[in-house]
Each structure stands twice: as C-alpha cells, then as structure tokens.
Design a binder for this molecule. Structure first.
Ligand SMILES: Nc1nc2c(c(=O)[nH]1)N[C@H]1C(S)=C(S)[C@@H](COP(=O)(O)OP(=O)(O)OC[C@H]3O[C@@H](n4cnc5c(=O)[nH]c(N)nc54)[C@H](O)[C@@H]3O)O[C@H]1N2
Ligand SMILES: Nc1nc2c(c(=O)[nH]1)N[C@H]1C(S)=C(S)[C@@H](COP(=O)(O)OP(=O)(O)OC[C@H]3O[C@@H](n4cnc5c(=O)[nH]c(N)nc54)[C@H](O)[C@@H]3O)O[C@H]1N2
Ligand SMILES: [Mo]
Length: 551
C-alpha cells in the first residue's frame, strides 16, 4: 500500500474498492472501512462482478463483466476529462506523458465502455462524478485486479486514475493493493522473487552482485546475474527439463496452482522434491523428503504487513515433536552445501571467505538475521530488533537508525521521479464463454477457509460453519438447469471437472459461477487455465469458460 490503513480510514473522503472482497478476505481492514463509512459518511464505490458484502455499505455498485476493468476505468477517466475534473496542477508538476495517455482514454466514450463492461452509462457518470468531486479518494484492490492476463495493465490503469485525480502522496488517498498473506510483502522485500536481491536490488546490477557477494563471502560470479523463473514458470519448466529439483517451503501447489491435472503431471516428472511443511499437505504425496517446519505459534521473527509495517512475532509454545525452526533448517542445508560442493563439482567450486560477515550461516537467533537485513537492505536499515521490541510502529523505507519510518509514499516525488502516465487498452480474457462452455468461472476464497485448506480444514469450529465447497450460481441459471431439491452440480472446463453443491444466490450475475479452492474433492483449480500475465506471470484465475450441469 502507498498509504496506511489508519490514514485511509481516518482521512479518505471517498473509497474505491475494485476487485477486493474486503470484508471476507481482509476482515480487519474491512471493518475499519465500514466504520469510516458509518461514522464519517465516506462514500464507497465498489466495482466487482459479484455482489460482495461490502456492497451493503456502498453508495454505488458497478457490476462489470469479469476481465473488463481497463475499459471500465478508461470510460470513467474519459468522463472525468470531459468534465474537467482532473487535477491539472498535479498532472503538470508531478507527472509526464499525459498526452498519449489522454488520446488512448478518448477511445473509451461511455457508450463503448458500457458495451464492453455491461455497466449502464448512467452509473459510469455517477461514479465519475463521485470520483471527480470528492477528494481525497483511496483506491483499494486485490486479486480481482491482478489475477488476469492483464493484471499489470489493470494496476497501471489504477495508477493512471489516481494521478489524474491528484490523489497520490496524500493522507487518505493512494494506490493500495491489499497483500494477501501475513508476510507476502516481507517475502518480496527479502528477495523472494526471481529478479532481485533483498530490498529490490536487481540481480542484474553489477554493484548489487558485488555487494552481496562480499557480504556472503563468495565470488561475484557465484551469484547469478540472470533473472530466474517465477513459480508459474517452474512447473512447466520441469517438463522442459529446466527444473530438476524443488525445495518448497509452506506452499501447496497441488491445491493452489492453476490446472491441477497438469500440475500433477509436472510433479510426477520432477526428479527431486523437498517439502518443508507443518502438515502432510496434498502436495506432500509428491515429496521425496518431508521436513517438519514450525507454525507461527512456535517461532520468533517478524512479518511485514500490507502497509509495509514490520511486526514482531513471538513464540507462544515450544516446537512440538521433531519440528525445527524454518530458518534453522534452511541454514543447515546451506551449511552442508557449502562444505560438500567444492569436491562435488570442480567447475562451480565456491571458495567461501569465512571472514565475510554472513558467510557461516551460523545464526544463533532471529535477531542476528535481522542484523544482516539491517546491513544489506537499505529500506530496512533502521528497522532494528530493539526498536521493534520497544513498540515502535515502523513502515519502510526506514533508511537510518533514527528515521521514523514512512507511512505515506510518493509525497514529493515518485520513485522514478515523475509519475508516468501509461496508454493502456482493453484486452479480452484468453478464454471466454462459447456454445460448449457457456459460463464464466471466477475463483477465489470464502471467509471461513484459507487457500488449500490444510490449516482451516483441521479446525472443527470452521468446519461446523463451512464444511464443503459451495459453487455460487445465479437463481435464473439454477432455474434453467432445473435445480430444485438436489443441488449437486458438475462444473467442467477444457481441463477438468468437479462436483459440488450449488449455492443459488444473487451474489453472482447470470452466466457466471464462482468456486473456491479450499477442498481437494472439489477444487476450482481442476478447472482453471494456466494462461499468464506476460510481465508478472500471474495466472488468469478470475476468468475461464465452463459448462454447468445438474448431477
Ligand atoms: N478468509 C481468507 N482470507 C484471505 C485468504 C484466504 O484464503 N481466506 N487469502 C489471503 C490472500 S493470500 C489473498 S491474495 C487475499 C485475496 O483477497 P481478494 O482478492 O479480496 O480475494 P478473492 O476471493 O480472490 O476475491 C477477489 C474479488 O475480486 C472479484 N473479481 C473477480 N473477477 C473480477 C474482475 O474481473 N474484476 C474485478 N474488479 N473484480 C473481480 C471477486 O468477485 C472478489 O470479490 O485474501 C487474503 N485473505
Ligand atoms: N483458483 C485460484 N487459485 C489461487 C488463487 C485464486 O484466487 N484462485 N489465489 C492464489 C494466491 S493469491 C495465493 S497467495 C496462493 C496461495 O497458495 P499456497 O501458498 O500454496 O496456499 P496455502 O494454503 O496458504 O499454503 C501454505 C502451506 O504452508 C503451510 N504452512 C503454514 N505455516 C507454515 C510455516 O510457518 N512454515 C512452513 N514451513 N509451512 C507453513 C500450510 O500447512 C500450507 O499447506 O493461491 C493461489 N491460487
Ligand atoms: Mo495471495
């Protein structure tokens, strides 16, 4: 998030939630937003194909067809420009490349935007007026925006909107992607991506390679200067012979990757899989070695949340059974690789300089790992363990030990200097309904379960409330299918088929079904398509075509 949850809740005059089921998937922030609406009268616009619970609190619900967000947003920006509601001073002083962007937006008059998105023209005018006349407006989004082949383009279009309205760098405004897991932000910050070292220092930068090589006691040549594979590229990479071994920590691809039967085929062909888990997950069946990690309750450390705030995790109980700290297991593996590798292959022999600061992997505690982060990741320089233990609420960048942190980004300039307007056109989703597969399938989560369900399906309290997969189906479609007493339906795509109970509900419009991936016996990923965004390589989880029949 460019802004903080508190400042959105306290200072936004309008909220735009697009592709985020905030009350179910970010319930704490969702509650803060609902309170802001109730107490301060903040206006909320929800843009979502489904009638999610936040719609109960909305001034306006734009119900676009899945995968048409660019046309929707360009249509809104067309009206904003026609009415002269843009922030001319902000555009002039803080941004560049406005003209080519404007020309693209002018291709989306309201009638055309309405035709692509299915949103009535009057609603487009209503939304544009709220946005154009109520400032600051904060934009929130999540997977409804990113999990498309146009995920990156969708995000850029939202950045265009907030620059156009001058809502950047201000309390109560900003571009606010709601990060999913407790530490997905931290994992990216620490270099859990194929193209960067910690704190987004590019692996392709000679300086960065030199810096990390000397800290870790190896030659620069031993840190690959080429960009690696994303998760979604690794799986097909197995069949292409590019990937021969996988070390998976806390991920359950049999449940969470698109097109499960293809994933099974890939993992069956993988020569070696090491899985570090807290439960024998669905993926564990494919593991050659299962390493027992510890759960959140058994570990010390930090997580970095959606607003870039680093939070302490404190051990509540000692690890059960043979479980070991996740970082300890990784360090022990590294030590053994360091000591055995030189004799194994001469060509890649690594001469480790034991004098280098972090060469030994001999951490005694998590505070020592934090010391390394402070030394090597500039945005974390001042996020020290003592400060966190003192209760300081630090949001990166914190470039010095006495720096107070950065609750709002881009207040004076953008990271690249001027904000660059991008000309972006609508691109249809790769698989749309046809005669044989007439429904759009959208997938995601429910309040009561967590992804593959390895943890939540072990909680009796949650199963008491939600114990089998429900597929949302519109009443009109239910009637056409002849659903009355028996509600079991079969949903089939070009890749697979599931049987599940229909939840007949107005939450989805006619022609659309919505399924989750919490239960192995009816996982949406048996159906999904592994088409990827060309830049981020995220799968198109939110749109594919299916047929639906009564069982
Ligand atoms: N209870 C619970 N909470 C969770 C999780 C969980 O598993 N369970 N997972 C966490 C994780 S890792 C993540 S990433 C987040 C995800 O949080 P969300 O992204 O909020 O969750 P999703 O269920 O993927 O729902 C995305 C929303 O996008 C809408 N949508 C679908 N297609 C489109 C489209 O084309 N355009 C637009 N604008 N919207 C669309 C859907 O109707 C839905 O409301 O949740 C986090 N929180
Ligand atoms: N169809 C469809 N598929 C999707 C999505 C969608 O919207 N639709 N969303 C995608 C998104 S946004 C996400 S984030 C992924 C999530 O996909 P995954 O990350 O694969 O899902 P999780 O169930 O969160 O898997 C985490 C695993 O980690 C284990 N675990 C928990 N805590 C620890 C720990 O401390 N240490 C160790 N070693 N293991 C631990 C759990 O037992 C669990 O099996 O799913 C993606 N897949
Ligand atoms: Mo996620």
């Amino acid at each position: 998030m460019s802004n903080s949850m508190d400042d959105v809740a306290n200072f936004a005059q309008a909220l735009f939630i697009i592709g985020s089921n905030t009350s179910e998937q970010h319930p704490v922030f969702g509650t803060m937003l609902r309170r802001a609406i109730r107490k301060r009268g903040v206006k909320l616009i929800v843009a979502d194909p489904r009638r999610i619970d936040m719609v109960d609190f909305a001034t306006l619900h734009l119900r676009q067809k899945p995968g048409t967000d660019i046309a929707l947003l360009n249509g809104l920006m067309y009206i904003i420009l026609e009415k002269g509601w843009e922030d001319k001073a902000f555009i002039e002083e803080r941004c560049e490349d406005f003209e080519t962007f404007r020309q693209t937006v002018m291709q989306y008059p309201p009638e055309r935007a309405s035709q692509i998105t299915g949103v009535p023209v009057e609603q487009l005018f209503e939304a544009a007026e709220i946005m154009g006349t109520t400032r600051p407006m904060a934009v929130m989004w999540a997977m409804g925006i990113t999990q498309h082949i146009v995920g990156v383009r969708n995000v850029m279009t939202l950045a265009n909107l907030q620059m156009l309205l001058g809502n950047m760098g201000k309390a109560g405004g900003g571009v606010n992607p709601l990060r999913g897991q407790n530490n997905v932000q931290g994992a990216c910050d620490m270099g859990g991506l194929p193209n960067v070292f910690p704190a987004y220092q590019p692996v392709t930068s000679e300086d960065a390679r030199h810096k990390f090589a000397s800290a870790w006691g190896v030659e620069k040549e031993h840190l690959a200067g080429t960009i690696g594979l994303t998760v979604t590229e690794m799986m097909p990479g197995i069949l292409a012979g590019k990937v021969r071994a996988m070390y998976i920590l806390g991920e359950n691809p049999i449940m969470s990757d698109p097109d499960t039967s293809h994933i099974r085929h890939c993992l069956e062909n993988l020569p070696l899989m090491i899985l570090q888990e807290i439960f024998p997950s669905e993926t564990a069946a494919y593991a050659d070695i299962l390493l027992p990690g510890v759960s959140f309750a058994e570990k010390d450390g930090t997580v970095t949340n959606t607003e870039r705030r680093v939070q302490l995790v404190r051990k509540a109980i000692e690890p059960l059974g043979d479980a070991r700290q996740d970082w300890w297991i990784t360090a022990e593996i590294a030590k053994r690789i360091i000591t055995t590798e030189p004799s194994a292959t001469k060509k890649s022999a690594r001469k480790i300089n034991p004098e280098a600061s972090w060469a030994s992997w001999d951490y005694q505690s998590v505070t020592e790992i934090m010391d390394e982060i402070n030394a090597l990741a500039p945005s974390y320089t001042g996020i020290t363990y003592p400060r966190l233990q003192n209760g300081e609420r630090l949001q990166w960048p914190v470039p010095a030990k006495d720096h107070p942190g950065t609750p709002i980004l881009h207040t004076k300039a953008f990271t690249r200097g001027k904000g660059k307007f991008m000309p972006i056109d609508h691109v249809p989703s790769p698989e749309l309904p046809d005669d044989q597969y007439p429904f759009i399938l959208s997938t995601g989560r429910v309040l009561y379960h967590w992804h593959g369900g390895e943890m939540t399906r072990r909680s009796q309290g949650l199963l008491d409330v939600y114990n089998n997969s429900l597929v949302e189906l519109n009443p009109q479609d239910a009637e056409k299918l002849g659903i009355n007493g028996n509600k079991t339906i079969r949903v089939t795509s070009r890749r697979g088929s599931i049987e599940a109970e229909a939840w007949v509900t107005e939450r989805v419009p006619p022609g659309m079904v919505y399924a989750n991936f919490h239960f192995p016996e009816a996982s949406a990923n048996e159906l999904t398509i592994a088409e990827l965004d060309p830049v981020s390589k995220i799968p198109s989880f939110k749109v594919c075509a299916v047929q639906v029949e009564l069982v």
